[in-house]
Design a protein around this ligand. Sequence first.
Ligand code: AGP
Length: 615
Amino acid sequence: MCGIVGYVGDQQALDVVVEGLRRLEYRGYDSAGVAVVADGALASAKRAGKLANLEKALGDKPLPSSTTGLGHTRWATHGAPTDRNAHPHLDESGRVAVIHNGIIENFAGLRAELEDGGTAFSSDTDTEVVSHLLASHVAAGSDLADAMRSVCRRLDGAFTLVAVHADIPDRVVAARRNSPLVVGLGDGENFLASDVSAFIAHTREALEIGEGQVVEITANGVTLTDFDGAPVDEKRYHVDWDASAAEKGGYDYFMLKEIAEQPRAVADTLLGRVDSDGQLSLDEMRLSDDELRDVDKVIVIACGTAYHAGMVAKYAIEHWTRVPCEVELASEFRYRDPVVDRQTLVVAISQSGETMDTLMALRYAREQGARVLAISNTNGSTIPRESDAVLYTHAGPEVAVASTKAHLTQLVACYLVALYLGQVRGTKWGDETRAVVRELADMPGKIDQVLETMEPVRELARQLSDATSVLFLGRHVGFPVALEGALKLKEIAYMHAEGFAAGELKHGPIALVEPGVPVFVVVPSPRGRSVLHDKIVSNIQEVRARGARTIVIAEQADEAVVPYADHIVRVPVCPTLLQPLVAVVPLQVFACEMASVRGFDVDQPRNLAKSVTVE
Ligand code: AGP
């Protein structure tokens, strides 16, 4: 969602800010704006639509030279995505400019109060109240950081706020509550941003901003306090990837690049997690073996693609550890009065580490006494910070809104957690664990093999580009793969797509099958539980008998499916539980090609945001 950049230093602020916004485009937005402090005044520009619209406006009417500025890409919540509602929002005198991510829940009351006092508003946003409030505090003698603290104490809801003032040319002030914000520490320059990708081309040194904190940056200093002005400890960290990792590297889309990076991402996520005896060692987990032995139930919470990884985790955890495992959409979890106590291990999966639904669910779980283990791809993000333990995936930056390599690494992390629980609790023999770990280590090579054979899948997407609906079926771990295939197609190709547990077909969804409808079927290994394989072969026949065009994802040498498949996509032989790591890849490639053929923006689909920071 909204992207935020602030800068103070010796470079042209506008260049730094616009470049930062470009790197944050992947978060999803519908308008953009900037403001700089120059010659005792503010200059700003904002436009609905893509960053290119703003750049054109800046080309037509350049802003003055300045080394202090801020910029914003807005994902509309309050008020339509128009020029008028784009950020920054200035106060009536034009002395304060504010950008905001999140929702100010009590804005209506504050707006009414300000309007009663004679303030005229120029937008429909919740944000604008902050500009007017900050201006009045500064006019009454507060410095900008003090003003920010006073205003924040009056606000309800979630927000990152960043402000500059015309009378204070050398500093940018920001505040954070339940919404992402990091500081980039440069040499004679400092940055503020929603995430490190905005400033990674300038510095890899970063500073976390905690909940309920206000930060003031100048070219040579950073001051951090809580909302009452008390100093707080700084937590610095080094970002272990560089600007090139966040670029397209010759691919047409980030999604294509990220699909191609999956073998490496999976290998990196396994790296360093197995000792020389083949035992898993997840030291960074910060949960003791005794705590893990105490666990009597696991609940996985996550959203979207991460939720699908969580569904696979359930199969692995229950099979390898015999501990009951529930999987819950994070947005539903805290509203159903779940049974959670000190012996519950909650696993919160989030690529971004900032998803508000997941964050709120994990806070609820901790309040009930549960221990929370985060699986995240983003160092320093809120969800790992607020969890008792963390297992980082090593996918590197994922820019395309449609998650691919982060998903595969989430699957790997789920397998590692399940195996580790089994190892600690003694439900798996050492040699069994070692065997699975060896099979996991083979998966990058197998994903590579799948990637090398994807041209027929792309061709199929081209043939099916006029389809009005696509169905996906799976059983066991193939069911979440089917859901993931459908989600990918919906989010980037804007096609009606549904994933079903194949056994549920006859209970309703089979009514959707009509002649020619493409149906993908994820077939488990025939070498696993044969009943599972046989049942799904019957399901393929059922849809084919009704005229469906069947596209079967099956293991090499699985001949039983051949008579019923209009198209076969072969995946390498691997254990049933690990099959999602290869079976989901053709579905990602299919969706990516479909979106491209249909002429849509593959990396930044409409209405979607990469980091969903509102509930
Ligand atoms: C994935 O393709 C989606 N864009 C989306 O479902 C995503 O997985 C979900 O919003 C959760 O995000 P997170 O992993 O950052 O928490």
